[in-house]
Write a protein that binds this ligand. Structure first.
Ligand code: SF4
Length: 292
């Protein structure tokens, strides 16, 4: 059996054992200053006729798989009708999987009605991964996200009302020194308002170089040292008031692995950060090898 993805292909770490169906190619937005994941691709929704034989092939290859992830960048941009057609085919071919998930932008959620979201949930779409990146309106504008803190909260809460859970990503160091404090404070406010099931923090990385990032970032960017990244993260975690949110900071970009339930384990997470801040020499940058 032969199967070929349109590369590059990305999926969240939690979808490592999922069957991946490329419902769309690229990202419909493709403008965020820090993101070059899909810059080599022109966005295109794939037709049901293209996907149907692939779903059949994947179902045969991944017998017994429990989860299905819809790629690429924001597959949830597809209309509810198209997504429902895909979910029905997934359920028909795979049998009922435990959950289907995809990346989404808040506006992809807001463009659907409450009934459409409930219908998607009833057909297995149970989790959306949302790159919130920051809860700070100024920084959202500077990175060109096309969202505000309020639109982000509204979209996430709308998904939650329909029974769809969310996994939220925040980018540590996104605004550099100048915007660090407001980024931490306002991101914590957004997280506290939405109380997601899952939360993860990644660290800003610039695989194409700092100059490339600065060309797209619309403000003054001064990168944070490792200690400053930890301090920003500490402020963010200490101000996030949530209940039951499962938190992970285990992305390859991070300098320190953290995990816990944010309400229950907050003090322990802060103590880990305090220790890291005390033990890490000031003045080293994230590209330096981790000392911890
Ligand atoms: S919406 Fe997501 S995938 Fe698209 S450019 Fe922004 S960060 Fe990248």
């Amino acid at each position: 059996m032969y199967f070929r993805y349109d590369e590059p292909l990305f999926r969240p770490p939690a979808e490592a054992y999922s069957a991946i169906i490329q419902a769309t190619l690229g990202c419909s937005w493709n403008r965020c200053a820090f993101c070059d994941m899909y810059s080599s691709k022109k966005f295109r929704p794939r037709t049901f006729d293209e996907l149907k034989p692939e779903i059949e092939t994947l179902a045969a290859m991944y017998q017994g798989v429990k989860k299905v992830f819809l790629a690429d960048g924001n597959a949830f941009v597809l209309s509810a009708n198209r997504l429902l057609q895909l979910l029905e085919e997934i359920n028909r071919c795979f049998g009922r999987v435990q959950r289907v998930s995809s990346y989404a932008l808040p506006r992809d959620i807001l463009s659907k009605t409450d009934d459409e979201l409930k219908s998607l949930r009833a057909n297995g779409l149970k989790l959306l991964y949302i790159g919130v990146e920051t809860g700070d309106d100024e920084l959202l504008r500077l990175i060109g996200k096309g969202e505000t803190a309020d639109s982000t909260v509204e979209g996430i809460l709308k998904a939650h009302s329909a029974g769809i859970e969310t996994s939220i990503m925040i980018i540590n160091g996104l605004g550099g020194k100048r915007y660090s404090q407001q980024h931490a404070v306002n991101s914590a406010k957004v997280i506290s308002r939405v109380n997601p099931k899952f939360l993860s923090t990644l660290t800003l990385s610039m695989p194409l170089g700092e100059d490339h990032f600065k060309e797209k970032f619309r403000g003054e960017f001064i990168p944070l040292t490792v200690v400053e990244l930890f301090e920003e993260l500490r402020t963010f975690i200490s101000l996030s008031e949530v209940d039951g949110t499962i938190y992970r900071s285990n992305h390859v970009s991070n300098n320190l692995n953290l995990s816990g339930t944010l309400s229950k384990d907050k003090e322990q997470l802060l103590a880990q950060l305090d220790r890291a801040i005390a033990l890490t020499p000031r003045g080293i940058y994230p590209s330096s090898p981790s000392m911890l």
